[in-house]
Ligand binder design. Structure first.
Ligand SMILES: *Cc1c(COP(=O)(O)O)cnc(C)c1O
Length: 372
Protein backbone atom coordinates (compact mmCIF):
# COMPACT_ATOMS: atom_id res chain seq x y z
CA UNK A 1 0.00 0.00 0.00
CA UNK A 2 1.53 3.35 -1.04
CA UNK A 3 -0.27 5.16 1.77
CA UNK A 4 -0.63 2.89 4.79
CA UNK A 5 -3.15 3.52 7.53
CA UNK A 6 -0.43 4.14 10.10
CA UNK A 7 3.32 4.59 9.95
CA UNK A 8 5.33 4.83 13.17
CA UNK A 9 7.25 8.11 13.24
CA UNK A 10 10.87 7.94 14.40
CA UNK A 11 12.42 11.15 15.67
CA UNK A 12 15.99 9.99 14.99
CA UNK A 13 17.16 9.83 18.61
CA UNK A 14 15.57 6.51 19.55
CA UNK A 15 18.58 4.28 18.79
CA UNK A 16 20.99 6.77 20.35
CA UNK A 17 19.13 6.70 23.66
CA UNK A 18 18.78 2.92 23.52
CA UNK A 19 22.54 2.71 23.04
CA UNK A 20 23.03 4.98 26.06
CA UNK A 21 20.79 2.72 28.12
CA UNK A 22 22.66 -0.38 27.00
CA UNK A 23 26.06 1.16 27.68
CA UNK A 24 24.98 2.36 31.12
CA UNK A 25 24.87 -1.27 32.18
CA UNK A 26 21.31 -0.98 33.54
CA UNK A 27 18.64 -2.16 31.12
CA UNK A 28 15.99 -3.67 33.38
CA UNK A 29 13.09 -1.48 34.54
CA UNK A 30 12.80 1.62 36.73
CA UNK A 31 16.14 3.12 35.69
CA UNK A 32 17.08 6.64 34.61
CA UNK A 33 15.06 6.75 31.39
CA UNK A 34 11.97 5.37 33.11
CA UNK A 35 12.30 7.99 35.82
CA UNK A 36 12.85 10.79 33.31
CA UNK A 37 9.73 9.79 31.37
CA UNK A 38 7.62 9.52 34.52
CA UNK A 39 8.83 12.88 35.86
CA UNK A 40 8.10 14.53 32.50
CA UNK A 41 4.46 13.47 32.54
CA UNK A 42 4.00 14.34 36.22
CA UNK A 43 5.35 17.84 35.63
CA UNK A 44 3.77 18.58 32.26
CA UNK A 45 0.26 17.36 33.04
CA UNK A 46 0.16 17.46 36.83
CA UNK A 47 -0.51 13.74 37.24
CA UNK A 48 0.13 12.95 40.91
CA UNK A 49 2.10 9.80 40.14
CA UNK A 50 3.06 8.04 36.91
CA UNK A 51 4.32 4.48 36.38
CA UNK A 52 5.42 3.33 32.94
CA UNK A 53 4.01 -0.05 31.98
CA UNK A 54 4.58 -2.53 29.18
CA UNK A 55 1.22 -1.58 27.62
CA UNK A 56 -2.01 0.27 28.26
CA UNK A 57 -3.63 -3.13 28.72
CA UNK A 58 -1.21 -3.80 31.59
CA UNK A 59 -1.96 -0.40 33.09
CA UNK A 60 -5.68 -1.26 32.96
CA UNK A 61 -4.97 -4.62 34.62
CA UNK A 62 -3.18 -2.76 37.39
CA UNK A 63 -6.26 -0.53 37.75
CA UNK A 64 -8.49 -3.60 38.09
CA UNK A 65 -6.25 -4.93 40.88
CA UNK A 66 -6.05 -1.51 42.57
CA UNK A 67 -9.83 -1.12 42.41
CA UNK A 68 -9.96 -4.47 44.20
CA UNK A 69 -12.36 -5.95 41.65
CA UNK A 70 -13.74 -9.28 42.94
CA UNK A 71 -15.69 -11.97 41.05
CA UNK A 72 -19.21 -10.71 40.41
CA UNK A 73 -18.38 -7.03 40.81
CA UNK A 74 -19.80 -4.89 38.03
CA UNK A 75 -17.80 -2.49 35.90
CA UNK A 76 -19.49 -0.06 33.50
CA UNK A 77 -17.68 0.48 30.20
CA UNK A 78 -18.73 1.59 26.72
CA UNK A 79 -19.35 -1.21 24.25
CA UNK A 80 -17.66 0.79 21.49
CA UNK A 81 -14.04 0.36 22.59
CA UNK A 82 -10.98 -1.82 22.24
CA UNK A 83 -10.99 -5.26 23.86
CA UNK A 84 -8.42 -4.30 26.51
CA UNK A 85 -10.84 -1.92 28.25
CA UNK A 86 -13.01 -4.92 29.12
CA UNK A 87 -10.58 -7.82 29.32
CA UNK A 88 -8.42 -6.21 32.01
CA UNK A 89 -11.44 -6.27 34.34
CA UNK A 90 -12.81 -9.62 33.16
CA UNK A 91 -9.51 -11.24 34.26
CA UNK A 92 -10.30 -10.14 37.82
CA UNK A 93 -13.73 -11.76 37.56
CA UNK A 94 -15.76 -8.62 36.83
CA UNK A 95 -19.11 -8.66 35.13
CA UNK A 96 -19.00 -6.04 32.39
CA UNK A 97 -22.07 -3.84 32.07
CA UNK A 98 -21.89 -2.26 28.65
CA UNK A 99 -23.10 1.30 28.12
CA UNK A 100 -24.14 2.86 24.84
CA UNK A 101 -22.42 5.74 23.00
CA UNK A 102 -23.98 9.10 22.26
CA UNK A 103 -25.82 9.31 18.98
CA UNK A 104 -23.32 11.79 17.51
CA UNK A 105 -20.13 10.83 19.37
CA UNK A 106 -18.73 7.34 20.12
CA UNK A 107 -17.99 8.21 23.78
CA UNK A 108 -20.00 6.69 26.64
CA UNK A 109 -23.34 8.48 27.02
CA UNK A 110 -22.95 9.82 30.56
CA UNK A 111 -26.69 10.47 30.90
CA UNK A 112 -27.35 6.72 30.62
CA UNK A 113 -24.84 5.55 33.24
CA UNK A 114 -26.88 6.08 36.39
CA UNK A 115 -29.54 3.59 35.30
CA UNK A 116 -26.83 0.91 35.05
CA UNK A 117 -25.51 1.35 38.60
CA UNK A 118 -26.38 -1.43 41.08
CA UNK A 119 -25.10 -2.27 44.59
CA UNK A 120 -22.44 -4.44 42.89
CA UNK A 121 -21.04 -1.66 40.71
CA UNK A 122 -17.42 -0.90 41.59
CA UNK A 123 -16.04 1.18 38.75
CA UNK A 124 -16.77 3.21 35.63
CA UNK A 125 -14.25 3.14 32.80
CA UNK A 126 -14.84 6.03 30.37
CA UNK A 127 -12.85 5.79 27.13
CA UNK A 128 -11.82 9.08 25.54
CA UNK A 129 -12.43 7.91 22.00
CA UNK A 130 -10.20 9.62 19.41
CA UNK A 131 -8.69 11.59 22.30
CA UNK A 132 -11.96 13.50 22.75
CA UNK A 133 -13.00 13.87 26.38
CA UNK A 134 -16.01 12.11 27.88
CA UNK A 135 -18.39 14.11 30.08
CA UNK A 136 -16.07 13.84 33.08
CA UNK A 137 -18.03 16.23 35.34
CA UNK A 138 -21.10 14.03 35.15
CA UNK A 139 -19.07 10.82 35.54
CA UNK A 140 -17.11 12.10 38.56
CA UNK A 141 -20.35 13.34 40.15
CA UNK A 142 -21.91 9.85 39.79
CA UNK A 143 -18.74 8.30 41.18
CA UNK A 144 -18.82 10.41 44.31
CA UNK A 145 -22.58 9.92 44.75
CA UNK A 146 -22.32 6.11 44.49
CA UNK A 147 -18.77 5.69 45.82
CA UNK A 148 -17.33 4.29 42.59
CA UNK A 149 -13.82 4.34 41.19
CA UNK A 150 -13.30 6.08 37.85
CA UNK A 151 -10.58 4.71 35.59
CA UNK A 152 -9.98 6.74 32.43
CA UNK A 153 -9.00 4.66 29.41
CA UNK A 154 -6.84 7.45 28.03
CA UNK A 155 -5.03 5.17 25.55
CA UNK A 156 -5.78 7.62 22.73
CA UNK A 157 -5.85 10.76 24.83
CA UNK A 158 -2.24 11.96 25.14
CA UNK A 159 -2.09 15.77 25.28
CA UNK A 160 -5.83 16.29 25.24
CA UNK A 161 -7.99 18.27 27.65
CA UNK A 162 -11.43 18.58 29.23
CA UNK A 163 -12.38 22.08 30.45
CA UNK A 164 -8.67 22.85 30.57
CA UNK A 165 -7.76 19.75 32.59
CA UNK A 166 -5.45 17.15 31.02
CA UNK A 167 -7.18 13.85 30.27
CA UNK A 168 -5.77 11.19 32.55
CA UNK A 169 -5.69 13.61 35.49
CA UNK A 170 -9.42 13.59 36.31
CA UNK A 171 -10.32 10.00 37.21
CA UNK A 172 -8.87 8.28 40.29
CA UNK A 173 -6.68 6.29 37.88
CA UNK A 174 -5.95 6.42 34.16
CA UNK A 175 -4.18 4.33 31.54
CA UNK A 176 -2.30 5.56 28.45
CA UNK A 177 -0.83 3.66 25.48
CA UNK A 178 2.44 4.05 23.58
CA UNK A 179 1.56 1.34 21.07
CA UNK A 180 2.93 2.17 17.64
CA UNK A 181 -0.50 3.34 16.44
CA UNK A 182 -0.75 6.10 19.07
CA UNK A 183 0.49 9.72 18.94
CA UNK A 184 3.78 9.05 20.73
CA UNK A 185 5.08 5.52 20.79
CA UNK A 186 7.46 2.96 22.23
CA UNK A 187 6.54 -0.04 20.07
CA UNK A 188 4.56 -1.58 22.88
CA UNK A 189 4.24 0.52 26.02
CA UNK A 190 1.89 2.33 28.32
CA UNK A 191 1.53 4.17 31.59
CA UNK A 192 -0.62 4.29 34.65
CA UNK A 193 -1.44 7.63 36.20
CA UNK A 194 -2.52 7.74 39.83
CA UNK A 195 -4.44 10.83 40.85
CA UNK A 196 -5.74 9.56 44.18
CA UNK A 197 -3.05 9.10 46.82
CA UNK A 198 -4.72 6.12 48.43
CA UNK A 199 -3.53 4.01 45.45
CA UNK A 200 0.05 5.29 45.15
CA UNK A 201 1.94 2.94 47.42
CA UNK A 202 0.09 -0.20 46.40
CA UNK A 203 0.46 0.65 42.67
CA UNK A 204 4.24 0.60 43.01
CA UNK A 205 4.11 -2.78 44.72
CA UNK A 206 1.81 -4.36 42.12
CA UNK A 207 4.11 -2.95 39.43
CA UNK A 208 7.12 -4.73 40.94
CA UNK A 209 5.72 -8.30 41.19
CA UNK A 210 4.11 -7.75 44.58
CA UNK A 211 7.33 -6.60 46.24
CA UNK A 212 8.27 -3.33 47.90
CA UNK A 213 11.39 -3.11 45.75
CA UNK A 214 10.76 0.49 44.62
CA UNK A 215 10.69 1.66 48.24
CA UNK A 216 13.88 -0.29 48.90
CA UNK A 217 15.63 1.42 45.98
CA UNK A 218 14.72 4.81 47.41
CA UNK A 219 16.23 3.72 50.73
CA UNK A 220 12.89 3.94 52.55
CA UNK A 221 13.09 0.35 53.82
CA UNK A 222 16.22 -1.70 54.50
CA UNK A 223 15.09 -4.92 52.85
CA UNK A 224 12.45 -5.84 50.36
CA UNK A 225 10.14 -8.80 50.06
CA UNK A 226 6.83 -10.17 48.91
CA UNK A 227 4.02 -8.05 50.35
CA UNK A 228 1.06 -8.21 47.93
CA UNK A 229 -0.19 -9.55 44.60
CA UNK A 230 1.33 -8.17 41.41
CA UNK A 231 3.07 -8.91 38.16
CA UNK A 232 5.97 -7.68 36.07
CA UNK A 233 4.23 -4.59 34.76
CA UNK A 234 7.29 -2.38 34.30
CA UNK A 235 9.00 -1.99 30.92
CA UNK A 236 12.75 -2.29 30.40
CA UNK A 237 14.97 0.76 30.04
CA UNK A 238 15.18 0.01 26.32
CA UNK A 239 11.48 0.83 25.96
CA UNK A 240 11.80 3.90 28.17
CA UNK A 241 14.83 5.15 26.18
CA UNK A 242 12.82 4.89 22.97
CA UNK A 243 9.92 6.72 24.59
CA UNK A 244 12.21 9.52 25.81
CA UNK A 245 13.13 10.35 22.21
CA UNK A 246 9.42 10.61 21.42
CA UNK A 247 8.66 12.73 24.47
CA UNK A 248 11.32 15.24 23.44
CA UNK A 249 9.38 15.67 20.18
CA UNK A 250 5.88 15.61 21.60
CA UNK A 251 5.10 19.22 20.65
CA UNK A 252 6.46 18.84 17.14
CA UNK A 253 4.51 15.61 16.61
CA UNK A 254 1.28 17.14 17.93
CA UNK A 255 1.66 20.23 15.77
CA UNK A 256 2.05 18.17 12.60
CA UNK A 257 -0.80 15.79 13.44
CA UNK A 258 -3.10 18.73 14.16
CA UNK A 259 -2.19 20.27 10.79
CA UNK A 260 -3.24 17.04 9.11
CA UNK A 261 -6.43 16.90 11.14
CA UNK A 262 -7.43 20.45 10.20
CA UNK A 263 -6.58 19.81 6.55
CA UNK A 264 -8.91 16.81 6.51
CA UNK A 265 -11.58 18.73 8.36
CA UNK A 266 -11.62 21.76 6.09
CA UNK A 267 -11.04 20.00 2.77
CA UNK A 268 -13.55 17.19 3.27
CA UNK A 269 -16.41 19.32 4.54
CA UNK A 270 -18.29 19.92 1.26
CA UNK A 271 -17.54 16.44 -0.06
CA UNK A 272 -18.94 14.93 3.13
CA UNK A 273 -22.15 16.97 2.96
CA UNK A 274 -22.65 16.07 -0.70
CA UNK A 275 -22.30 12.38 0.10
CA UNK A 276 -24.39 12.40 3.27
CA UNK A 277 -21.34 11.62 5.41
CA UNK A 278 -20.65 13.10 8.85
CA UNK A 279 -17.18 14.24 9.84
CA UNK A 280 -15.77 13.96 13.34
CA UNK A 281 -16.91 16.61 15.83
CA UNK A 282 -15.55 17.72 19.19
CA UNK A 283 -17.80 18.97 22.03
CA UNK A 284 -17.09 22.54 23.21
CA UNK A 285 -15.53 21.48 26.52
CA UNK A 286 -13.13 18.99 24.89
CA UNK A 287 -9.99 19.41 22.79
CA UNK A 288 -8.90 17.41 19.79
CA UNK A 289 -5.41 15.86 20.01
CA UNK A 290 -5.40 14.64 16.39
CA UNK A 291 -5.18 11.02 17.41
CA UNK A 292 -7.44 10.19 14.51
CA UNK A 293 -9.74 11.59 11.88
CA UNK A 294 -12.87 9.58 11.30
CA UNK A 295 -15.99 9.75 9.15
CA UNK A 296 -19.43 8.38 9.90
CA UNK A 297 -20.78 7.04 6.63
CA UNK A 298 -24.38 6.93 5.55
CA UNK A 299 -24.43 3.12 5.55
CA UNK A 300 -22.15 0.13 5.85
CA UNK A 301 -22.36 -0.32 2.07
CA UNK A 302 -21.14 3.19 1.50
CA UNK A 303 -18.25 2.60 3.91
CA UNK A 304 -17.28 -0.58 2.06
CA UNK A 305 -17.38 1.33 -1.23
CA UNK A 306 -15.16 4.15 0.09
CA UNK A 307 -12.62 1.65 1.46
CA UNK A 308 -12.54 -0.06 -1.97
CA UNK A 309 -12.25 3.29 -3.77
CA UNK A 310 -9.25 4.27 -1.62
CA UNK A 311 -7.69 0.84 -1.99
CA UNK A 312 -7.83 1.22 -5.76
CA UNK A 313 -5.69 4.36 -5.25
CA UNK A 314 -3.28 2.48 -2.97
CA UNK A 315 -4.59 4.10 0.24
CA UNK A 316 -5.58 2.08 3.29
CA UNK A 317 -8.52 3.26 5.42
CA UNK A 318 -9.87 1.00 8.17
CA UNK A 319 -12.85 0.60 10.44
CA UNK A 320 -13.21 -0.57 14.04
CA UNK A 321 -14.60 -1.50 16.67
CA UNK A 322 -17.04 -4.37 16.62
CA UNK A 323 -19.30 -3.54 19.62
CA UNK A 324 -17.98 -5.64 22.49
CA UNK A 325 -21.45 -6.62 23.72
CA UNK A 326 -21.91 -8.64 20.53
CA UNK A 327 -18.40 -10.13 20.42
CA UNK A 328 -18.10 -13.95 20.44
CA UNK A 329 -16.54 -13.89 23.92
CA UNK A 330 -19.19 -11.76 25.59
CA UNK A 331 -22.43 -12.09 23.66
CA UNK A 332 -23.75 -14.85 25.96
CA UNK A 333 -22.76 -12.93 29.09
CA UNK A 334 -24.27 -9.61 27.99
CA UNK A 335 -27.68 -8.86 29.51
CA UNK A 336 -29.28 -8.46 26.10
CA UNK A 337 -29.86 -4.70 26.07
CA UNK A 338 -29.68 -3.22 22.59
CA UNK A 339 -26.95 -0.58 22.22
CA UNK A 340 -27.98 1.07 19.02
CA UNK A 341 -25.52 3.94 18.87
CA UNK A 342 -22.57 1.64 19.48
CA UNK A 343 -23.84 -0.67 16.73
CA UNK A 344 -24.31 2.31 14.44
CA UNK A 345 -20.63 3.31 14.80
CA UNK A 346 -19.64 -0.35 14.35
CA UNK A 347 -21.41 -0.30 10.98
CA UNK A 348 -20.52 3.17 9.72
CA UNK A 349 -17.36 4.62 11.26
CA UNK A 350 -14.35 4.90 8.96
CA UNK A 351 -10.84 5.96 10.03
CA UNK A 352 -8.61 7.76 7.56
CA UNK A 353 -4.80 7.45 7.49
CA UNK A 354 -3.17 9.59 10.19
CA UNK A 355 0.54 9.77 10.89
CA UNK A 356 3.34 12.32 11.00
CA UNK A 357 4.74 11.77 7.51
CA UNK A 358 1.34 11.45 5.82
CA UNK A 359 0.93 12.92 2.34
CA UNK A 360 -2.37 14.49 3.35
CA UNK A 361 -2.99 16.29 0.06
CA UNK A 362 -2.70 13.07 -1.90
CA UNK A 363 -5.19 11.33 0.39
CA UNK A 364 -7.71 14.16 0.24
CA UNK A 365 -7.37 14.44 -3.57
CA UNK A 366 -8.26 10.79 -3.89
CA UNK A 367 -11.05 10.79 -1.32
CA UNK A 368 -12.95 13.61 -3.00
CA UNK A 369 -12.99 11.63 -6.25
CA UNK A 370 -15.43 9.28 -4.57
CA UNK A 371 -18.99 10.21 -5.44
CA UNK A 372 -22.20 8.25 -5.24
C1 LIG B 1 -4.73 1.17 21.97
C2 LIG B 1 -5.82 1.05 22.97
C3 LIG B 1 -5.72 0.21 24.08
C4 LIG B 1 -4.60 -0.77 24.27
O1 LIG B 1 -3.34 -0.22 24.33
P1 LIG B 1 -2.07 -1.20 24.38
O2 LIG B 1 -0.95 -0.28 24.76
O3 LIG B 1 -1.92 -1.78 23.01
O4 LIG B 1 -2.32 -2.23 25.41
C5 LIG B 1 -6.73 0.23 25.03
N1 LIG B 1 -7.81 1.03 24.89
C6 LIG B 1 -7.96 1.83 23.81
C7 LIG B 1 -9.17 2.70 23.72
C8 LIG B 1 -6.98 1.85 22.81
O5 LIG B 1 -7.14 2.65 21.75
Amino acid sequence: MKIPFNKPYLTGKETQYIEEAVKSGKISGNGLFTQKCQAFFEQKYGFKKVLLTTSCTDALEMCAILANIQPGDEVIIPSFTFVSTAVAFVRQGAKIVFADSYEDNPNIDASKIEALITPRTKAIVPVHYAGVACDMDKIMQLASQYNLIVIEDAAQAMDSFYKGKPLGSIGHLAAFSFHETKNIIAGEGGMLTINDDRFSKRAEIIWEKGTNRAEFFRGEVNKYGWVDTGSSFLPSEITAAFLWAQIENLEKIQKKRLEHWHYYNSHLKDWAINNNIKTMTTPNDATNNAHMFYLVCESMNQRTAIIAHLKSHDILAVFHYISLHSSPYYIEKHDGRALINSDNFTAKLLRLPMYYELDIKEVVNKIVKYAE
